[in-house]
Design a protein around this ligand. Structure first.
Ligand SMILES: Nc1ncnc2c1ncn2[C@@H]1O[C@H](COP(=O)(O)OP(=O)(O)OP(=O)(O)O)[C@@H](O)[C@H]1O
Length: 210
């Protein structure tokens, strides 16, 4: 088995099949891109993995253990999920960063010392942390959300269109950050070629028939 395995997953909404007997496996350290037409079910897959919705049938395994209502928090503790929606929080950016470090699981890592390096690498000014998050531009929000995920100390990432609002140079920087760490397992949904060029595997949802 892989790090994350999905077997025969089927999901439907209002009688319409979105995922049908979907199978997938990702090994530790793998970086996989998921692409495909809008509305085809890519984000739904991520929501099922995180336990944010019910599936009709199938199994999801994390490290060989079936995920159910009793252990869904194991997934949420281990997986950094970055959704398409960046309107995630209010308050200053520095408050959001402090919040990441207030979680018990993150206290012992040295992520905070990486903050400055990450901001610099993503072309964000150090002063940005004093700004109100909701007043940032779309591309700034996207980068801040990524910084929060990268500082969380988690090493499995589900990234849903996390570079859509960035210019080409920044898209490449984000992709490089995730590919530079061989320990990180990354499943990214994107339409950007910067991801496709580097991905170890590409899963194209468009050809699937539900
Ligand atoms: N909670 C829900 N209730 C009803 N329908 C839903 C729900 N969530 C998603 N859908 C529908 O399921 C389909 C798949 O949605 P999903 O967000 O997974 O697509 P996607 O492939 O990620 O698309 P995009 O690339 O546009 O983000 C869409 O038709 C969507 O309207």
């Amino acid at each position: 088995m892989g790090l994350l395995d999905i077997q025969n997953l089927s999901v439907s909404y209002d009688g319409k099949s979105i995922l049908s007997d979907f199978n997938f496996s990702i090994l530790k350290g793998e970086k996989i891109l998921i692409k495909g037409n809008s509305g085809i079910g890519k984000s739904t897959l991520f929501r099922m993995i995180m336990g944010f919705g019910k599936y009709n049938s199938g199994e999801i395994y994390l490290e060989g253990v079936p995920v159910d209502a009793d252990n869904i928090w194991d997934i949420r503790k281990k997986v950094a999920y970055v959704s398409q929606d960046t309107d995630i929080a209010e308050g200053k950016v520095s408050d959001l960063i402090d919040e990441v470090f207030s979680f018990k699981a993150n206290r012992n890592n040295n992520g905070k010392s990486d903050l400055e390096k990450l901001l610099n690498r993503l072309s964000l000014s150090p002063d940005l942390v004093n700004k109100e998050y909701m007043k940032l531009s779309g591309g700034e929000k996207q980068r801040v959300v990524l910084v929060l995920a990268l500082l969380s100390g988690k090493d499995i990432f589900l990234l849903d269109e996390v570079t859509s609002e960035l210019d080409t140079g920044l898209k490449q920087k984000v992709v490089d950050i995730f590919f530079d760490n061989p320990q990180w397992t990354v499943l990214a949904i994107s339409h950007d070629r910067e991801w496709e060029t580097k991905a170890m595997k590409v899963i194209d949802f468009s050809g699937r028939v539900n």
